[in-house]
Ligand binder design. Structure first.
Ligand code: DGY
Length: 320
C-alpha cells in the first residue's frame, strides 16, 4: 500500500506528478494558506507533510499525526516548524538549502541598489508627471561602489551577497557567531565585532536564520550605532529586526533608508507605518522567486519526502 502525504498548497503539476508516482496525495488546492482546522484534520493519518513557510507545524500538528515520519519544508528557513517536537518523535525535518542561494543573493543586491538609488521613488516621480526638468540634486541617493557593506551572517547567502558586493568594488565586512578565517582570504572580507560592523558600514545586510534567540537582533541600540547615511537590508526573516525601532530610526534620520523583503507579520498590513516612508523599499518576501529556483525548491522538497518514505537518507535534513 502506498504511503499517504499531505501537501499544504497547490504545487506545479510536474512536482505533484513526481509525488503521485509514490504516494496517495491529498493537497490544499487553493493558493492561500491552508486553514488550521483543515491542516489538523488532513494530517491525522499521513506519513509525510509537504509544507510552506506560511504553515505552522507545531506540537499540536505533530502530536495529532501519529504515523508522521517526515516534514518537508519548501524553504531554507524552517522557523515555522517545531523541530524539537519532531525530533522527540523521531520525525525527519527537511528544508531546501543551496538551490536558492544565488537567486536570493541577486534579490538582496537588487533591493540594496533600489534603496540606495531610489529606483522605485524615481519611477513613481516620472509616472506621476512630476518630472519637469533635470536638476543637480534631484533624487540623489547613496553611492554603492566604493562603499562599505557589513554582512551579518556569513552563511551561503551572505557569502553570495559578498561576492556580488566585491564586483561592485565595495569594502566587505562581516559578523558571524563563529569567525570564518578561511573565508576571509578566499572572499576578501574582514571580520568585525557587531558594534564595529554597525558603526563602519554604509549597508548593513541581515542574513541570519530566524530563531527566538535572534528575535529583534537589530533593535534600538543596534540602529543607534549605525551611520546616518546607512541603509539596512533584510531578506532573511522579519522577526530579526524590531520594526518599531526601525521606524523611529528612519523618521529621526538616525539611518538613511531600509530595504525589506520580509516582515514580522506577513502579509504586512497596508497600514504599517514603515509603508508610509519614501526611504523604505518594501517587497512581498520574493527573495527566491525566480521560476527556475522555485521549481528547484519544490522538487527538492518533493525528493526529500520520496527519499525518507522509501527508507533512504533525506537529501537535506535539518535534524539528525
Ligand atoms: C526561505 O526559503 O526560507 C525563503 O525565505 C523563501 O525562499
Amino acid at each position: 500500500m502506498k504511503s499517504s502525504i499531505y501537501i499544504t498548497r497547490r504545487l506545479p503539476d510536474s512536482i505533484v506528478e513526481s509525488l503521485e508516482a509514490y504516494f496517495e496525495i491529498k493537497m490544499w488546492e487553493e493558493d492561500t494558506p491552508v486553514p488550521r482546522e483543515v491542516l489538523l484534520r488532513e494530517t491525522q493519518n499521513v506519513e509525510g507533510i509537504y509544507c510552506l513557510l506560511t504553515d505552522t507545524i507545531d506540537e499540536e500538528v505533530i502530536k495529532g499525526a501519529p504515523n508522521l515520519k517526515v516534514i518537508s519544508n519548501m524553504a531554507v528557513g524552517f522557523n515555522n516548524i517545531d523541530v524539537e517536537a519532531a525530533e522527540q518523535r523521531g520525525i525527519v525535518v527537511t528544508n531546501t538549502p543551496g538551490v536558492l542561494t544565488e537567486t536570493t543573493a541577486d534579490l538582496t543586491f537588487a533591493l540594496l541598489m533600489s534603496t540606495a538609488r531610489r529606483i522605485l521613488e524615481a519611477s513613481d516621480y516620472l509616472r506621476n508627471g512630476d518630472w519637469d526638468t533635470w536638476s543637480p540634486m534631484l533624487l540623489t541617493g547613496q553611492e554603492v561602489h566604493g562603499s562599505t557593506i557589513g554582512i551579518i551572517g556569513l552563511g551561503r547567502i551572505g557569502e553570495a551577497v559578498a561576492r556580488r558586493a566585491k564586483g561592485f568594488g565595495m569594502n566587505l565586512l562581516y559578523y558571524n557567531r563563529t569567525r570564518k578565517i578561511e573565508k576571509e582570504e578566499e572572499i576578501g572580507i574582514q571580520y568585525r565585532e557587531l558594534n564595529e560592523l554597525l558603526a563602519e558600514s554604509d549597508f548593513v545586510c541581515v542574513m541570519i536564520p530566524y530563531s527566538p534567540s535572534v528575535h529583534h537582533f537589530i533593535g534600538k541600540d543596534e540602529l543607534a550605532q549605525m551611520k546616518t547615511n546607512a541603509i539596512l537590508i533584510n531578506t532573511s526573516r522579519g522577526g530579526i529586526v524590531d520594526e518599531e525601532a526601525l521606524y523611529e530610526a528612519l523618521v529621526n534620520k538616525q539611518i538613511w533608508g531600509a530595504g525589506l523583503d520580509v516582515f514580522e507579520e506577513e502579509p504586512v498590513s497596508l497600514h504599517h507605518p514603515l509603508l508610509s516612508l519614501s526611504n523604505v523599499v518594501t517587497l512581498p518576501h520574493i527573495g527566491s522567486a525566480s521560476v527556475k529556483t522555485r521549481l528547484k525548491m519544490a522538487q527538492l522538497a518533493a525528493d526529500n519526502i520520496i527519499h525518507v518514505l522509501n527508507d533512504k537518507s533525506p537529501l537535506t535534513p535539518v535534524n539528525s
